[in-house]
Ligand binder design. Structure first.
Ligand SMILES: NC(=O)c1ccc[n+]([C@@H]2O[C@H](COP(=O)([O-])OP(=O)(O)OC[C@H]3O[C@@H](n4cnc5c(N)ncnc54)[C@H](OP(=O)(O)O)[C@@H]3O)[C@@H](O)[C@H]2O)c1
Length: 333
């Protein structure tokens, strides 16, 4: 039966309990699929803080290769090391020596300019290059991946699993990940989709890689990745837009710009924290701070008169449409 959980009190559970939740067998750590909108105890584990001293057999024995040593790889590697992965088990390939030197200095990971050398010992290969060049990179690695059969995790926005299989080989085990920009500050939200070739153990591995930078959910239907892109992928920009608008309105209404900005940012942070920690949904929280005849009610009335919900829906539909267009463009055979 679905239950409601208080995430704050759950997060305050003892370390012992949390280690128990995260320990192997891995199936225990598999999240619920995105099939219903309720929090279940299994989902709860997705939002609990990471505990860095929790080591698993996967971490000790698995070698990862990151192709592309840019922003996203930097964040993922940082999260993995903080989670207890051994630097010697993480290989990063990037043609730019500045990028590899920066990562080697910061995390002591193994670096190379040669993508194939990185893949040569890897159990999982994370494709973290720009979508425009993923086809070229996949073409270079196809033979090696065909021989070694590692898990391939692609974080490239909009590149479909079918395109990846066309380039890498029909039997390749592929997990598509759609992270978002807050992953850069270890507060991301990532949706994962696995093709049928991915084993249970590989699903757990993909999940532990992406969980290093925040919350992870699984989707069963790859088409949902366009909706995820429109929601959490592009979503940080929607919240930035609201922060921008609040700052500019506050400033036009007489506050110093810096004061308006700080108040807008802290209000966004506080609202998100409250919503994450509360057992109530956002609509209930909103109603609770909207007293009849009060200031908030007047403001919300203005939003609703101007069809705020409809605007958000339209914006998300436009983003999902663009995601489909980009997939068609970058995924050409
Ligand atoms: N950043 C985000 O918030 C975010 C969110 C969701 C998804 N993603 C996805 O994550 C992927 C990586 O994004 P990012 O922000 O980390 O990009 P990035 O900072 O540009 O990193 C990509 C790296 O790949 C390197 N590279 C170029 N050609 C290569 C090759 N042939 N082999 C190996 N490496 C090569 C690039 O080097 P040069 O700079 O020298 O070209 C660069 O260092 C993208 O596909 C993006 O769609 C990113």
């Amino acid at each position: 039966m679905p239950i409601t959980v208080n995430l704050a009190s759950a997060a305050e559970k003892s370390c012992h309990d949390i280690i128990h939740d995260y320990s192997y067998p891995p199936a225990r750590t598999r999240p619920a699929r995105m099939s219903s909108g309720v929090l279940t105890p299994r989902r709860l584990r997705l939002v609990l803080p990471r505990f860095h001293h929790v080591l698993s057999f996967t971490m000790i024995e698995t070698t990862l290769a990151f192709i592309g040593g840019g922003n996203m790889t930097g964040s993922l590697v940082g999260g993995l090391i903080a989670d207890g992965w051994k630097p010697a088990r993480i290989h990063v390939a990037d043609p730019d020596p500045q990028q590899t030197e920066r990562l080697a200095r910061r995390f002591s990971v193994v670096t190379t300019a040669d993508n194939q050398a990185a893949v040569n010992h890897a159990d999982a290969v994370v494709l973290a290059v720009k979508p425009q060049i993923i086809r070229t990179v996949a073409g270079e690695l196809a033979q090696l991946i065909g021989q070694r059969q590692p898990l391939v995790v692609s974080i490239a926005a909009g590149i479909r699993e079918t395109s990846l299989r066309d380039w890498l080989g029909k039997d390749t085990a592929i997990v598509r990940a759609m992270p978002n920009t807050p992953a850069l500050v270890q507060s991301g939200a990532t949706a994962l989709y696995a093709n049928p070739a991915v084993s249970e153990q590989q699903r757990n591995l993909a999940e532990s890689i992406l969980r290093a930078v925040g919350l992870v959910i699984w989707v069963d239907d790859e088409a949902m990745m366009d909706t995820v892109t429109a929601l959490s992928g592009s979503g940080p920009a929607y919240f930035f837009l609201l922060m921008e608008s609040l700052t500019s309105a506050g400033s036009r209404m007489g506050l110093p710009e810096d004061t308006a900005r700080l108040l807008a940012l802290q209000t966004a942070f506080g609202a998100a924290k409250m919503a994450l920690e509360s057992a109530d949904d956002a609509a209930q929280l909103r109603r609770r701070v909207t007293s009849p005849g009060g200031t908030t009610e007047r403001a919300i009335g203005e939003f609703q008169k101007n069809n705020f919900e409809g605007i958000v829906l339209q914006a998300m539909q436009a983003a999902a449409e663009r995601s489909r267009e980009l997939a068609a463009e970058f995924g050409k055979g």
